[in-house]
Write a protein that binds this ligand. Structure first.
Ligand SMILES: Cc1cc2nc3c(=O)[nH]c(=O)nc-3n(C[C@H](O)[C@H](O)[C@H](O)COP(=O)(O)OP(=O)(O)OC[C@H]3O[C@@H](n4cnc5c(N)ncnc54)[C@H](O)[C@@H]3O)c2cc1C
Ligand SMILES: C[S@@+](CC[C@H](N)C(=O)[O-])C[C@H]1O[C@@H](n2cnc3c(N)ncnc32)[C@H](O)[C@@H]1O
Length: 656
């Protein structure tokens, strides 16, 4: 079993939460709210600092120990009161044992003064699984990045610049690992001169270790019965490791916060939404008459998590992306636009059963658990050839509804029937052109047209390929309509939406035609037979003629390593020249900035899982662009970086 678990709480007679694990209280018995204000808010001078933010300014708080979220809600509340209307708050907090939804709800009910904010957090408090979990609150004005895991594992993976720290582990004597010199070295790495910290403790070993890490520490009056607390200010050198130059953040600052996004599928709509939420004016170009007309246009897509027990970058991206998408879906209507009916991955052969056994070892039971055949049949309501792995938080989504939600921000201007053929940069602006006409121009362009991004000279070196896929639409019958969950084996079938089940999907690596074919409908029906002959009977498959079935085909876009491509683009030729030495010695790290194509970004290659990876990739893209905390571990962001292909080509001396 995975060693992840939720916090184990006891509740005292006054309704306050206590940690069984650490034998300590989450907040002060007299008044947690006032203590938070005294220690963390005033201890970091936040009322003044929030009020002094410039228009469009940004403030980033880091916290050790998210607990009940009380500190977070207090900071958010104050930010609302003090900061300029278009300023934004980032709150990055690490938590090894997140509270269950029920417990956090019960704890936050103690503070009626925070009720509206607590309600918004609680609405989003779903799919809180291990890894980086991003929450977008207050229409994107407040962003919470919850690092679910041990602080010593998570903080070294964080790429952020923190303005103020809340050190809120349990008491040092009960929770020493939250107050260790190695952890403080991470705080220092993420700090800059002027970064402050505050904590309730004045324990000598804590103060000494913080000083050692570069913080000047002073004692100030504590809250209530506590005589003293500690406040600190970072006075060391800023040494946030920018990473290898080819993965570093480009130094480019756009002359205005305007962007053109090319392609209005999931990736384009998500990129536009993440930028719009940050105050960018976005023009979203789409060649068809509406968004979501290509791969993102299927009636139902599945939140299918193909995880690895080995913590690969792809698996970690999937887990973070799933959480983010799942929280976005809270804003759509269940039943019509999506359904949290769970997804059952059948153990359809021995190899799959073994793979599933490893996943059960590696992941927590509230993310996935095994069902034997009779449990699986009871849940799905149909006879099945085997049990399998059940993902209770997953389900199906109507992708066009998600695109519509994302593209609906008032800062986004959608332009349909606009096909960009070429990109030119003039006087600090990129012009998306069709023949002699400029369709739109801005200092920043995001290429989000799936494999079509290759048509632009600047992106032609990316390793992308298209894989045609076709889904079949099966009319629901009285016997099929009660299907209780999505069923997956090599293919998938969903409970009905609008009287039809979506059955998918074929893979064709050669065809460039999107006309649905009878042969692929027949292939899809074979996939259904593998999933459940009983469901096939209920759907009267024997009476269906493949040539008469309704369906649609489109192209998935993938890379050789199956990870998406998200981030800034560099000039391919200049890149090869700049880092030519790597062909001889791959360990060299020349101290030369990459030849960035200033303002040109890409969000593409979401393969068969765009519902899970594309929305979070919009956040990743915006974080690269706006110098914000990355929503995924640095290693995951680098694994998705556009420059990885050029780098591999150089190192291997051949095509990546
Ligand atoms: C048959 C099939 C089944 C699938 N099932 C699932 C599933 O169950 N779950 C899941 O998560 N994923 C699934 N996927 C994958 C998912 O659909 C994709 O990962 C996702 O839709 C990719 O989104 P995108 O925005 O990158 O691409 P697209 O949706 O293809 O969007 C690209 C958009 O860019 C536009 N465009 C391109 N070039 C230009 C240009 N030059 N100018 C203007 N506009 C341009 C296109 O018209 C298009 O609208 C499936 C895919 C297929 C094909
Ligand atoms: C005092 S509580 C935090 C209270 C919280 N800030 C609030 O506003 O409710 C301390 C938290 O630190 C967490 N914690 C303890 N050890 C940890 C570790 N090694 N890594 C990450 N979190 C840890 C605990 O699970 C607990 O939630």
């Amino acid at each position: 079993m995975s060693d992840f678990h939720h916090a184990q709480l006891d509740w005292d007679e006054q309704g306050r939460p206590l940690s069984r694990e650490f034998d300590d209280v989450y907040f002060s018995p007299t008044s947690g709210f006032d203590e938070t204000h005294h220690v963390f808010i005033n201890g970091n001078d936040l009322t003044r600092r929030f009020g002094a933010l410039p228009a469009g300014g940004r403030f980033c708080i880091g916290e050790t120990g998210f607990g009940t979220g009380l500190n977070f809600l207090c900071a958010w509340q104050l930010f609302r009161q003090q900061a300029p209307a278009d300023a934004r708050l980032h709150f990055v907090s690490v938590e090894k044992f997140p509270l269950s939804r029920e417990d956090i709800q019960r704890a936050l009910a103690l503070w009626p003064q925070l009720a509206p904010l607590a309600a918004e957090l609680l609405d989003q408090y779903v799919a809180v699984h291990p890894g980086f979990q991003r929450f977008s609150l207050a229409n994107g004005r407040v962003v919470l990045t919850l690092l679910v895991g041990d602080a010593m594992d998570c903080l070294p993976e964080l790429d952020a610049r923190i303005d103020a720290w809340f050190l809120d582990g349990f008491a040092p004597a009960k929770n020493p690992e939250m107050w260790s010199p190695t952890l403080f070295a991470q705080l220092a790495r993420l700090s800059a001169p002027g970064t402050t910290l505050a904590t309730f403790t004045t324990a000598g070993f804590v103060r000494r270790a913080l000083k050692e890490a570069g913080f000047a520490i002073k004692r100030t009056p504590g809250f209530g019965k506590k005589w003293e607390m500690s406040q600190g200010r970072f006075e060391g050198q800023a040494f946030l490791d920018a990473g290898k130059p080819w993965f570093a953040r480009p130094g480019f600052v756009p002359q205005s916060r305007e962007a053109v996004v090319i392609g209005a599928g999931l990736a384009g709509c998500a990129s536009a939404a993440s930028l719009a939420a940050r105050g960018w004016q976005v023009t979203l170009l789409e060649r068809h008459d509406a968004p979501a007309r290509e791969a993102s246009g299927n009636p139902q897509g599945v939140l299918y998590l193909k995880l690895s027990a080995h913590g690969t970058p792809l698996s970690r991206l999937i887990l973070s992306g799933f959480g983010h998408t799942r929280r976005l879906l809270q804003r759509l209507e269940q039943g019509r636009d999506w359904q949290a009916c769970g997804v059952l991955q059948l153990a359809f052969d021995e190899k799959e059963a073994q793979r599933q056994a490893k996943l059960i070892e590696a992941f927590p039971a509230d993310l996935l658990h095994s069902l034997d055949r009779s449990e699986a049949e009871a849940l799905s309501g149909v006879a099945l050839p085997a049990g399998g792995l059940f993902y209770p938080d997953a389900g199906w989504v109507h992708p066009p509804a998600l695109c519509q939600l994302l593209a609906g921000h008032p800062n986004i201007q959608l332009v349909n029937h606009a096909e960009a053929l070429e990109l030119r940069q003039e006087a600090g602006r990129w012009h998306a052109r069709a023949g002699d006409v400029t369709l739109a121009s801005a200092p920043v362009v995001v290429l989000a047209g799936a494999a079509e991004v290759l048509r632009f000279r600047q992106a032609a070196g990316l390793a992308l390929k298209r894989i045609r896929g076709q889904i079949s639409r099966l009319p629901a019958t009285a016997e099929s309509a009660g299907l209780g969950t999505v069923l997956c084996a090599e293919g998938y079938v969903a409970p009905p939406r609008d009287g039809e089940h979506t059955l998918g999907a074929s893979f064709d690596f050669h065809s460039t035609d999107v006309t649905p074919t009878a042969a692929e409908h027949a292939g899809n029906l074979e996939l259904l037979e593998e999933i459940s002959p009983d469901l096939g009977r209920r759907l009267r498959v024997a009476d269906l003629e493949p040539a008469r079935l309704e369906g649609r085909a489109a192209f998935r876009c993938t890379t050789p390593d199956y990870l998406p491509i998200v981030g800034p683009l560099a000039d391919a030729e200049a890149f090869a020249e700049t880092y030519a030495v790597l062909a001889k010695d791959a360990r060299q790290v020349p101290d030369v900035a990459a030849p960035w194509l200033d303002g040109l970004y890409v969000n593409s290659a979401h393969g068969s899982r765009g519902l899970i990876t594309a929305p979070l990739s919009g956040e990743l893209l915006a974080a690269w662009l706006d110098g914000e905390p990355l929503p995924v571990p640095r290693a995951v962001a680098e694994a998705c970086h556009p420059n990885r292909f050029a780098l591999r080509r150089l190192i291997r001396g051949r095509s990546a």
